[in-house]
Design a protein around this ligand. Structure first.
Ligand code: GLV
Ligand code: GLV
Length: 325
């Protein structure tokens, strides 16, 4: 039987699929496995189901001589050293597509929540402060008819853009290469600076790479409108947290909606959390029952494909095959 280390308890659909063919070692704690536990688990595994909270690096791979596949339970895989994996013949896979629409829904939830001050309204009611209808109570900014700027136009960015149609919004996007299919929808391509200065809502959809680290910093925040809302459902370090705090505190932008932060988790006494104009969620973009089951199944299918010598449906590297010792 193949041995699969699963770095957290994930929904059943994938685990059931694996149980037919593999011996599973599942870390069931709420918190990620500590480093030495992860190394121990990987050291005897043929396959690893990893989460974005697990650092999968060369050291781990070198201590795992039988490891042939790392199935990341996420679409993003910045937690995995892809080059190290490829050099060692280890296939890395992710969970694209199945979480696209679910994550796009959450980006919209954040846009609307930040623009219309939903968390402040909830607090207001809960605290017993709601005494009458107020003509100037909790005024926010409009979403409908405004301009949405998408930074990055992968699957999730495009799904966020498609939803803008129902809100009568104009859509701008910023990508490295031309995207005729987006132009066909009437979306307009901009360079980053122009997008930042024209958009009322800026939504981030880039992977985290050295090029996108702190892509949104003091300089880029200064280009944004004072009425603009920043939404981040990608990776925390794409935004310079200190610069964002400062921009929100000084009212240089209106609000932010963040599903991802840097650091993650954000400590409860973090200055961002003291700002009413900042809506923060605990990285739940793909967190629907249905989607997490699909991700589980997809991760399992990728594991089985590699172990059975078939091409992995969602490989993000071309790893060849690892010499088994
Ligand atoms: C979540 O952040 C993911 O990359 O799937
Ligand atoms: C990015 O990960 C995307 O699918 O948009």
């Amino acid at each position: 039987m193949w041995r699969v280390y699963v770095a957290r308890k994930i929904p059943d659909s994938g685990l059931e699929l694996l149980r037919e063919r593999c011996e599973l070692d599942v870390w069931t704690d709420e918190l990620p496995p500590p480093r030495d536990e992860l190394l121990r688990g990987a050291s005897r595994a043929d396959a690893l189901i990893a989460l974005l909270t697990d650092r999968i690096d060369a050291e781990l791979m070198d201590s795992a001589p039988g490891l042939r596949v790392v199935a990341n339970y996420a679409v993003g895989y910045d937690n995995v050293d892809l080059e190290a994996a490829t050099a060692r013949g280890i296939t890395v896979t992710n969970t694209p597509d199945v979480l696209t629409e679910t994550t796009a829904d959450l980006a919209w939830a954040l846009m609307l929540a930040a623009a219309r001050r939903i968390p402040e309204g909830i607090e207001y009611v809960r605290r017993g402060r709601w005494r009458t209808w107020g003509p100037e109570l909790l005024l926010g900014v409009d979403v409908w008819g405004r301009t949405l700027g998408l930074v990055g136009l992968g699957r999730i960015g495009a799904a966020v853009g498609r939803r803008a149609r129902g809100f009568g919004m104009r859509v701008l996007y910023c990508t490295r290469s031309e995207r005729p299919e987006a132009d066909d929808l009437g979306w307009e391509r901009r360079d980053l600076d122009s997008l930042l200065s024209e958009a009322d809502f800026v939504s981030l959809h880039t992977p985290l790479t050295p090029e996108t680290h702190h892509l949104i910093n003091a300089r880029s925040l200064a280009l944004m409108k004072s009425t603009a809302v920043l939404v981040n459902t990608s990776r925390g370090p794409v935004v310079d947290t200190d610069a964002l705090c400062e921009a929100l505190r000084e009212g240089r932008i209106a609000a932010a909606g963040l599903d991802v932060t840097d650091p993650e988790p954000l400590p409860p006494d973090h200055p961002l959390l003291a700002l009413p104009s900042c809506v923060v969620l605990p990285h739940v973009g793909s967190a629907s029952h249905a989607t997490r089951e699909l991700m589980s199944r997809m991760a399992a299918e990728n594991v089985l494909a590699v172990l059975e010598g078939r091409p992995a449906p969602n490989a993000v590297n071309v790893a060849g095959t690892r010499d088994r010792t």
